[in-house]
Design a protein around this ligand. Structure first.
Ligand code: UDP
Ligand code: MG
Length: 315
């Protein structure tokens, strides 16, 4: 098999400190890979500036001038991590055999790429990098992240445990992913929907080489909410279940109220008030949940996801 033309795609938001180090590291890495004929020498490192406010773009321009292997993409505003990745993938898809997406801070071990490409050579279309441990993450980050993966599992979203957005996609898997019509994107939940032959490569997660995390708590919570609501309708179903439970309790309450009323244990007005509070409350929640079901359906429809993804066609 011919060595594949690889595009390494890196979203960068205010990464002026980390980028020079990252670029140097990736240059050495791609040199070595090209030398060993693991990748095509025409492979590229694509740096996507996600509307940074610091000198990130100037750094990228400098890199591009010094070495044509570095490609620069500048987004007009801060579109967010997922959208920056999407932009890079859209611009790369027609010129590559495969892509690898990785963060700009080198927290993910670049040497795992050898493993990725090995799996690709063996026929995998999707290779996910999985953190074998998160010792270097803060306690808070680690616990919240793992809690989130569990929660997503409960909600019926298929995700690779402890895998972030460090992955290889073959051209055809990438094309399939890009055919998803949704605007609210959560890539690590979408990739498993593609199917195709997949593989996992394990590595140790390190610390940021420079600069600070671009995911403050606010963005982390927003990201998690996006993940849940863009992939699962189950929260709506929970409302429906809660409503049904309340309505049932209401019925039991009604029986109790009637008995109390007959036995004259009540003050005037109490019986009717109790009944209406419970029954109406339950019915309202149920109605909301039911409407939610339809809104959820409409929501999924508006995504215009592809109905199938073709893996092979013999003709
Ligand atoms: N990033 C981005 N746009 C944003 C926020 C982050 O492109 O609005 C990039 C950032 O430059 C980095 C990657 O997303 O390459 C992951 O961010 P970070 O390493 O800060 O997240 P953490 O590892 O702390 O979760
Ligand atoms: Mg990071």
């Amino acid at each position: 098999m011919k060595a594949p033309k690889l595009f390494i795609i890196i979203p960068c938001y205010n990464e002026q400190e980390a980028l020079p180090i990252t670029a140097k590291r990736l240059k050495e890495l791609t040199d070595d890979m090209a030398f060993r004929e693991i990748i095509d020498p025409a492979s590229r490192i694509m740096l996507v500036d996600d509307g940074s406010k610091d000198d990130t773009w100037r750094v990228i321009e400098g890199l591009h001038m010094s070495d044509s292997r570095f490609e620069g993409v500048k987004l007009a505003h801060n579109a967010g991590h997922m959208n920056a990745l999407w932009a890079g993938m859209t611009l790369a898809v027609d010129r590559c055999d495969c892509i690898i997406s990785i963060d700009a801070d080198l927290q993910d071990d670049v040497n795992a790429m050898y493993g990725f490409l090995e799996e690709y050579r063996k026929g995998a279309d999707v290779v996910s990098g999985v953190r074998s441990s998160r010792k270097k993450d803060t306690w808070f980050k680690r616990t919240t992240a793992q809690g989130f993966y569990r929660l997503m599992g409960r909600l019926g979203v298929e995700m690779v445990y402890n895998h972030a957005d460090y992955r290889l996609l073959s051209q055809r898997a990438l094309k399939a992913l890009l055919s998803f019509g949704e605007v609210n994107m959560f890539l690590r939940g979408m990739v498993p929907m593609l199917g195709f032959k997949t593989a996992e490569v394990y590595y140790e997660r390190g610390e940021r080489v420079a600069g600070e995390s671009k995911y403050p708590l606010k963005k982390m919570v927003a990201f998690a909410m996006e993940g849940i609501t863009s992939l699962s309708n189950k929260p709506i179903r929970y409302v429906l279940a809660l409503g049904a439970l309340c309505a049932l309790l209401g019925l039991a309450m009604a029986v109790y109220v009637v008995i109390a009323f007959i036995n004259h244990h009540t003050v005037a007005g109490w019986a009717s008030l109790m009944m209406s509070v419970w029954l109406l409350g339950g019915l309202q929640l149920m109605a909301l949940g039911l409407i939610g079901e339809y809104v959820g359906k409409i929501y999924m429809e508006t995504k215009r996801r592809p109905k199938f993804i073709l893996e092979e066609h013999l003709k």
